[in-house]
Design a protein around this ligand. Structure first.
Ligand SMILES: [Zn+2]
Length: 308
């Protein structure tokens, strides 16, 4: 009996379809961005250099009071700005379109220097100095983060493997954390602990009543069999009370109704303590037969005995 139950595997896969679709939509966004930039005739080299586009905000001025005079926002595109001292080669109008990421190289350019009135030369010099200082630590910081990220990533994987998590469990956990991090839902790490006893308490007091109610709801509409599994492990007799039933549920990944066999344990007990038929009956009454509709779906009884 127990062998045949083993073959009934949950047909649902730990789907990461949502993660995949997110990836795709992200790609889509990037493509969109690139199209925008080609529209403004920004060179391919610029696009490749900047995988992280800086957005237009007060921060880009780096506390300079001079730069806001001539670097202005571009409507409908926050990764671009325009220099009101230079002419756009396309439109031949004042306001050369540049990427926010490339402001520094533009300000250093000959074109910009030629378009700056000589009485502003000093201001431009000061501005370039300021931007150079600010940009000095930035690439180092980013590089450090990237290296640190790789180290942290490998730490996470090695931790999971050393705790015997399967590859698919690591994938599920990693994908879950990735999604939660993207949605900024990991703030609880700062304020909550993961103490073993607390986890047990939460499972018992918080999840168990809900899961039990869910099972009861299913058993009040689906015919079920009660399975009593007795097994002996090195002298100790253990008795598992299980219910077995068919349930049809909507599968979000497959987009169709899936009928599956559910095997759920309602009680696990040491037979030394409660070996009598009466105590088994009590467990069944208490855990299972909580309503008439559940009693009515009772279909049959199976018992198995294993000796190990
Ligand atoms: Zn310029």
């Amino acid at each position: 009996m127990s062998q045949s139950t083993k073959t009934f595997k949950n047909p649902r896969k730990s789907g990461n379809a949502s993660a995949k679709s997110q990836k795709n939509s992200k790609k889509g966004q990037n493509n969109q961005k690139k199209t925008h930039k080609s529209f403004y005739n920004v060179s391919q080299k610029d696009q490749n250099q900047n995988s992280n586009y800086t957005k237009f905000s007060g921060k880009i001025f780096k506390e300079s009071s001079y730069m806001p005079d001539f670097i202005k926002e571009v409507a409908n595109n926050d990764t671009l700005c325009k220099c009101m001292k230079c002419q756009d080669p396309e439109t031949k109008k004042t306001g050369k379109i540049i990427m926010v990421n490339n402001i520094y190289s533009h300000l250093k350019s000959k074109q910009h220097k030629n378009n700056t009135p000589s009485d502003e030369d000093e201001k431009l010099e000061e501005l370039l100095k300021l931007l150079e200082e600010k940009s000095k630590d930035k690439p180092n910081k980013e590089q450090f983060n990237e290296e640190q990220d790789i180290v942290n990533y490998l730490h996470f994987i090695s931790f999971a493997i050393s705790h015997n998590l399967s590859y698919s469990q690591i994938e599920s956990l990693g994908t879950y954390l990735q999604k939660a991090s993207r949605e900024k839902k990991l703030g609880f790490f700062k304020n909550f602990s993961f103490d073993e006893h607390l986890m047990s308490k939460i499972t018992q007091d918080c999840f168990r009543p809900i899961l039990l109610q869910e099972m009861r709801n299913q058993l009040s509409i689906a015919p079920y069999s009660l399975v009593i599994n007795n097994a002996t492990f090195s002298g100790d007799s253990v008795c598992a009370l299980k219910v077995k039933y068919l349930i049809t549920e909507w599968d979000q990944n497959l987009k169709e109704n899936i009928t599956q066999i559910k095997n759920k344990i309602i009680s696990l007990s040491n037979l030394k303590e409660s070996s009598s038929g009466l105590s088994l009956k009590n467990v069944i009454e208490e855990r299972l037969f909580s309503s008439e509709s559940i009693k009515n779906q009772f279909f049959g009884l199976l018992t198995t005995m294993h000796l190990h």
